[in-house]
Design a protein around this ligand. Structure first.
Ligand code: NAP
Length: 237
Protein backbone atom coordinates (compact mmCIF):
# COMPACT_ATOMS: atom_id res chain seq x y z
CA UNK A 1 0.00 0.00 0.00
CA UNK A 2 1.22 3.48 -0.81
CA UNK A 3 1.90 5.50 2.34
CA UNK A 4 1.33 9.22 2.40
CA UNK A 5 4.64 11.04 3.05
CA UNK A 6 2.96 13.25 5.66
CA UNK A 7 2.18 10.44 8.07
CA UNK A 8 4.17 7.55 9.56
CA UNK A 9 3.97 4.00 8.27
CA UNK A 10 1.66 2.26 10.74
CA UNK A 11 1.88 -1.37 11.90
CA UNK A 12 -0.89 -2.74 14.14
CA UNK A 13 0.39 -5.57 16.34
CA UNK A 14 -1.66 -7.61 18.76
CA UNK A 15 -1.90 -10.86 20.69
CA UNK A 16 -5.26 -12.50 20.03
CA UNK A 17 -6.95 -15.70 21.14
CA UNK A 18 -8.30 -18.25 18.65
CA UNK A 19 -11.69 -16.48 19.00
CA UNK A 20 -10.16 -13.09 18.24
CA UNK A 21 -10.23 -11.67 21.78
CA UNK A 22 -7.62 -9.41 23.37
CA UNK A 23 -8.31 -10.08 27.05
CA UNK A 24 -10.04 -12.56 29.37
CA UNK A 25 -13.08 -10.31 29.75
CA UNK A 26 -14.13 -6.66 29.54
CA UNK A 27 -12.11 -4.43 31.88
CA UNK A 28 -9.39 -7.05 32.32
CA UNK A 29 -5.70 -6.40 31.63
CA UNK A 30 -4.22 -8.05 28.55
CA UNK A 31 -1.15 -8.77 30.68
CA UNK A 32 -2.89 -11.95 31.90
CA UNK A 33 -3.08 -13.33 28.34
CA UNK A 34 0.41 -12.08 27.55
CA UNK A 35 1.80 -14.38 30.25
CA UNK A 36 0.94 -17.26 27.91
CA UNK A 37 2.97 -15.95 24.96
CA UNK A 38 5.97 -18.04 24.02
CA UNK A 39 9.18 -16.23 25.04
CA UNK A 40 10.19 -16.22 21.35
CA UNK A 41 7.07 -14.17 20.62
CA UNK A 42 7.76 -11.78 23.49
CA UNK A 43 11.13 -11.23 21.86
CA UNK A 44 9.43 -10.61 18.49
CA UNK A 45 7.13 -8.05 20.12
CA UNK A 46 10.04 -6.23 21.72
CA UNK A 47 12.10 -6.39 18.51
CA UNK A 48 9.17 -4.74 16.75
CA UNK A 49 9.02 -2.03 19.42
CA UNK A 50 12.77 -1.43 19.08
CA UNK A 51 12.43 -1.17 15.29
CA UNK A 52 9.68 1.48 15.61
CA UNK A 53 10.18 5.20 16.13
CA UNK A 54 7.02 5.34 18.23
CA UNK A 55 4.41 3.10 19.83
CA UNK A 56 0.80 4.14 20.41
CA UNK A 57 -1.91 2.60 22.60
CA UNK A 58 -5.34 3.86 23.66
CA UNK A 59 -5.91 5.75 26.89
CA UNK A 60 -8.15 3.01 28.24
CA UNK A 61 -5.38 0.45 27.78
CA UNK A 62 -3.11 2.68 29.84
CA UNK A 63 -5.75 2.96 32.57
CA UNK A 64 -6.39 -0.83 32.62
CA UNK A 65 -2.99 -2.35 31.79
CA UNK A 66 -0.76 0.45 33.15
CA UNK A 67 1.77 -0.48 30.44
CA UNK A 68 5.38 0.74 30.27
CA UNK A 69 5.63 0.19 26.46
CA UNK A 70 9.41 -0.16 26.70
CA UNK A 71 11.92 -2.54 25.10
CA UNK A 72 13.05 -5.08 27.69
CA UNK A 73 13.71 -8.48 26.10
CA UNK A 74 16.11 -7.30 23.39
CA UNK A 75 18.82 -4.67 23.01
CA UNK A 76 17.49 -1.50 21.45
CA UNK A 77 16.10 1.94 22.03
CA UNK A 78 12.70 2.52 23.55
CA UNK A 79 10.29 4.05 21.04
CA UNK A 80 8.56 7.35 21.76
CA UNK A 81 5.27 6.52 23.52
CA UNK A 82 2.09 8.13 22.18
CA UNK A 83 -1.27 8.12 23.94
CA UNK A 84 -4.35 9.84 22.48
CA UNK A 85 -6.42 11.05 25.45
CA UNK A 86 -8.87 13.80 24.41
CA UNK A 87 -9.66 14.73 28.00
CA UNK A 88 -6.13 14.13 29.33
CA UNK A 89 -7.51 11.39 31.59
CA UNK A 90 -4.25 9.55 32.20
CA UNK A 91 -3.10 9.18 35.82
CA UNK A 92 0.04 11.32 36.34
CA UNK A 93 1.69 8.34 38.08
CA UNK A 94 1.04 5.96 35.13
CA UNK A 95 3.96 3.72 34.19
CA UNK A 96 3.86 5.11 30.65
CA UNK A 97 5.23 8.37 32.09
CA UNK A 98 8.35 6.64 33.39
CA UNK A 99 11.59 8.40 32.42
CA UNK A 100 12.58 5.54 30.06
CA UNK A 101 11.38 7.36 26.93
CA UNK A 102 9.59 10.45 25.69
CA UNK A 103 5.82 10.19 26.16
CA UNK A 104 3.49 12.25 24.00
CA UNK A 105 -0.06 12.68 25.29
CA UNK A 106 -2.35 13.97 22.54
CA UNK A 107 -5.26 16.00 23.91
CA UNK A 108 -8.17 18.05 22.55
CA UNK A 109 -9.06 21.66 23.30
CA UNK A 110 -11.65 20.29 25.77
CA UNK A 111 -9.01 18.74 28.03
CA UNK A 112 -9.17 20.31 31.52
CA UNK A 113 -6.17 22.58 32.11
CA UNK A 114 -5.45 21.09 35.56
CA UNK A 115 -5.07 17.58 34.16
CA UNK A 116 -2.91 18.77 31.28
CA UNK A 117 -0.62 20.66 33.67
CA UNK A 118 -0.34 17.63 35.96
CA UNK A 119 0.69 15.42 33.03
CA UNK A 120 3.22 18.00 31.89
CA UNK A 121 4.70 18.12 35.42
CA UNK A 122 4.88 14.31 35.32
CA UNK A 123 7.10 14.59 32.25
CA UNK A 124 4.65 14.21 29.35
CA UNK A 125 5.00 16.13 26.11
CA UNK A 126 1.51 17.49 25.42
CA UNK A 127 0.28 17.81 21.85
CA UNK A 128 -2.98 19.55 20.94
CA UNK A 129 -4.60 17.59 18.11
CA UNK A 130 -8.33 18.34 17.92
CA UNK A 131 -11.26 20.36 19.22
CA UNK A 132 -13.65 17.88 20.94
CA UNK A 133 -11.71 14.69 20.26
CA UNK A 134 -8.18 13.93 19.24
CA UNK A 135 -8.11 13.82 15.44
CA UNK A 136 -6.01 10.79 14.59
CA UNK A 137 -5.20 12.01 11.03
CA UNK A 138 -4.00 15.31 12.53
CA UNK A 139 -2.01 13.47 15.20
CA UNK A 140 -0.30 11.38 12.49
CA UNK A 141 0.71 14.58 10.67
CA UNK A 142 2.09 16.09 13.89
CA UNK A 143 4.07 12.94 14.72
CA UNK A 144 5.62 13.01 11.27
CA UNK A 145 6.25 16.74 10.88
CA UNK A 146 7.16 17.76 14.44
CA UNK A 147 8.70 14.60 15.89
CA UNK A 148 10.19 12.92 12.79
CA UNK A 149 8.25 9.68 13.43
CA UNK A 150 8.48 7.47 10.32
CA UNK A 151 7.49 4.08 11.75
CA UNK A 152 4.66 3.83 14.27
CA UNK A 153 3.37 0.63 15.81
CA UNK A 154 0.02 0.49 17.56
CA UNK A 155 -0.76 -2.09 20.22
CA UNK A 156 -4.52 -1.57 20.71
CA UNK A 157 -6.94 -1.63 22.32
CA UNK A 158 -9.92 -2.34 20.10
CA UNK A 159 -11.38 1.18 20.16
CA UNK A 160 -8.15 2.80 19.02
CA UNK A 161 -7.65 0.01 16.46
CA UNK A 162 -11.10 0.68 15.00
CA UNK A 163 -10.60 4.45 14.75
CA UNK A 164 -7.18 4.01 13.12
CA UNK A 165 -8.50 1.49 10.59
CA UNK A 166 -11.56 3.55 9.71
CA UNK A 167 -9.42 6.62 9.12
CA UNK A 168 -7.37 4.43 6.73
CA UNK A 169 -4.26 5.02 8.80
CA UNK A 170 -3.07 1.41 9.20
CA UNK A 171 -0.72 -0.11 6.62
CA UNK A 172 0.10 -3.52 8.08
CA UNK A 173 -1.22 -5.90 10.74
CA UNK A 174 0.84 -8.52 12.62
CA UNK A 175 -1.06 -10.93 14.85
CA UNK A 176 0.28 -13.29 17.49
CA UNK A 177 -2.25 -16.10 17.78
CA UNK A 178 -2.66 -17.59 21.24
CA UNK A 179 -4.13 -21.10 21.42
CA UNK A 180 -7.00 -20.29 23.77
CA UNK A 181 -10.71 -19.58 23.53
CA UNK A 182 -12.11 -17.16 26.11
CA UNK A 183 -15.60 -16.38 24.73
CA UNK A 184 -17.80 -13.55 25.97
CA UNK A 185 -19.87 -11.41 23.61
CA UNK A 186 -18.59 -8.21 25.24
CA UNK A 187 -14.99 -9.38 25.63
CA UNK A 188 -12.74 -6.93 23.70
CA UNK A 189 -11.75 -8.28 20.28
CA UNK A 190 -9.11 -7.01 17.85
CA UNK A 191 -11.32 -4.24 16.49
CA UNK A 192 -14.23 -2.63 18.35
CA UNK A 193 -16.22 0.43 17.34
CA UNK A 194 -19.32 0.40 15.17
CA UNK A 195 -20.50 -2.52 13.08
CA UNK A 196 -20.56 -2.09 9.31
CA UNK A 197 -23.72 -1.95 7.23
CA UNK A 198 -22.66 -3.84 4.14
CA UNK A 199 -19.94 -6.01 2.66
CA UNK A 200 -18.62 -3.02 0.70
CA UNK A 201 -17.44 -1.61 4.03
CA UNK A 202 -15.31 -4.64 4.91
CA UNK A 203 -11.67 -3.67 5.24
CA UNK A 204 -9.75 -6.04 3.02
CA UNK A 205 -6.44 -7.57 4.02
CA UNK A 206 -3.83 -9.40 2.01
CA UNK A 207 -2.07 -12.20 3.90
CA UNK A 208 1.61 -11.77 3.13
CA UNK A 209 3.38 -14.02 5.62
CA UNK A 210 2.80 -16.60 8.35
CA UNK A 211 5.24 -18.47 10.55
CA UNK A 212 5.66 -20.19 13.89
CA UNK A 213 7.47 -18.10 16.47
CA UNK A 214 8.28 -20.60 19.18
CA UNK A 215 4.91 -22.28 19.60
CA UNK A 216 2.80 -19.26 18.52
CA UNK A 217 1.45 -18.75 15.01
CA UNK A 218 2.20 -15.27 13.67
CA UNK A 219 0.32 -13.87 10.68
CA UNK A 220 1.12 -10.71 8.73
CA UNK A 221 -1.23 -8.75 6.48
CA UNK A 222 -1.21 -5.66 4.30
CA UNK A 223 -4.30 -3.49 4.68
CA UNK A 224 -5.77 -2.85 1.24
CA UNK A 225 -8.65 -0.38 1.74
CA UNK A 226 -9.97 -1.20 -1.71
CA UNK A 227 -13.65 -1.25 -0.73
CA UNK A 228 -15.88 1.65 0.26
CA UNK A 229 -15.13 1.25 4.00
CA UNK A 230 -13.45 3.86 6.13
CA UNK A 231 -13.38 7.61 6.47
CA UNK A 232 -16.78 8.88 7.57
CA UNK A 233 -17.59 6.04 9.94
CA UNK A 234 -14.73 7.13 12.17
CA UNK A 235 -16.44 10.29 13.24
CA UNK A 236 -18.83 8.52 15.61
CA UNK A 237 -18.14 6.78 18.89
N1 NAP B 1 -4.12 -8.25 23.57
C1 NAP B 1 -3.63 -7.10 23.18
O1 NAP B 1 -2.77 -7.07 22.30
C2 NAP B 1 -4.14 -5.81 23.78
C3 NAP B 1 -3.47 -4.63 23.49
C4 NAP B 1 -3.96 -3.43 24.01
C5 NAP B 1 -5.09 -3.42 24.80
N2 NAP B 1 -5.72 -4.57 25.09
C6 NAP B 1 -6.93 -4.53 25.95
O2 NAP B 1 -7.90 -3.66 25.38
C7 NAP B 1 -8.73 -3.14 26.43
C8 NAP B 1 -8.87 -1.64 26.27
O3 NAP B 1 -9.40 -1.35 25.01
P1 NAP B 1 -10.53 -0.23 24.80
O4 NAP B 1 -11.12 -0.47 23.45
O5 NAP B 1 -11.44 -0.21 25.98
O6 NAP B 1 -9.74 1.13 24.85
P2 NAP B 1 -8.46 1.71 24.04
O7 NAP B 1 -8.56 1.41 22.59
O8 NAP B 1 -7.23 1.33 24.77
O9 NAP B 1 -8.70 3.25 24.30
C9 NAP B 1 -9.71 3.92 23.61
C10 NAP B 1 -9.04 4.91 22.70
O10 NAP B 1 -9.88 5.28 21.65
C11 NAP B 1 -9.80 6.68 21.51
N3 NAP B 1 -11.00 7.24 20.88
C12 NAP B 1 -12.28 7.11 21.27
N4 NAP B 1 -13.08 7.80 20.43
C13 NAP B 1 -12.27 8.37 19.51
C14 NAP B 1 -12.51 9.18 18.37
N5 NAP B 1 -13.76 9.55 18.00
N6 NAP B 1 -11.46 9.58 17.65
C15 NAP B 1 -10.22 9.21 17.99
N7 NAP B 1 -9.94 8.42 19.03
C16 NAP B 1 -10.95 8.01 19.80
C17 NAP B 1 -9.67 7.13 22.94
O11 NAP B 1 -9.17 8.40 22.95
P3 NAP B 1 -9.89 9.55 23.80
O12 NAP B 1 -9.43 9.36 25.20
O13 NAP B 1 -9.31 10.69 23.11
O14 NAP B 1 -11.36 9.38 23.60
C18 NAP B 1 -8.66 6.13 23.47
O15 NAP B 1 -7.33 6.50 23.22
C19 NAP B 1 -8.05 -3.49 27.74
O16 NAP B 1 -8.77 -4.55 28.35
C20 NAP B 1 -6.67 -3.96 27.32
O17 NAP B 1 -6.16 -4.95 28.20
C21 NAP B 1 -5.27 -5.77 24.60
Amino acid sequence: MEVSPDRPHVLMMSEITADGKLTLKKGCSSKILMKYMDHATEILLHQTRAASDAIMVGSNTIRIDNSFLTVRYVEGDNPVRVIPASMADIPPDANVLSPDATTIIAVSEKAPRGRVDALRRAGATIVLAGTDHVSLPRLMQILSADFGIRKLMIEGGPTLNWHMLHHRLVDEIRLIHLPFIVGGSDTPSLVGGMHIESEEEMIRLSLKNFFLCGTNLVTEYDVLYTGGGGGDAAGSG
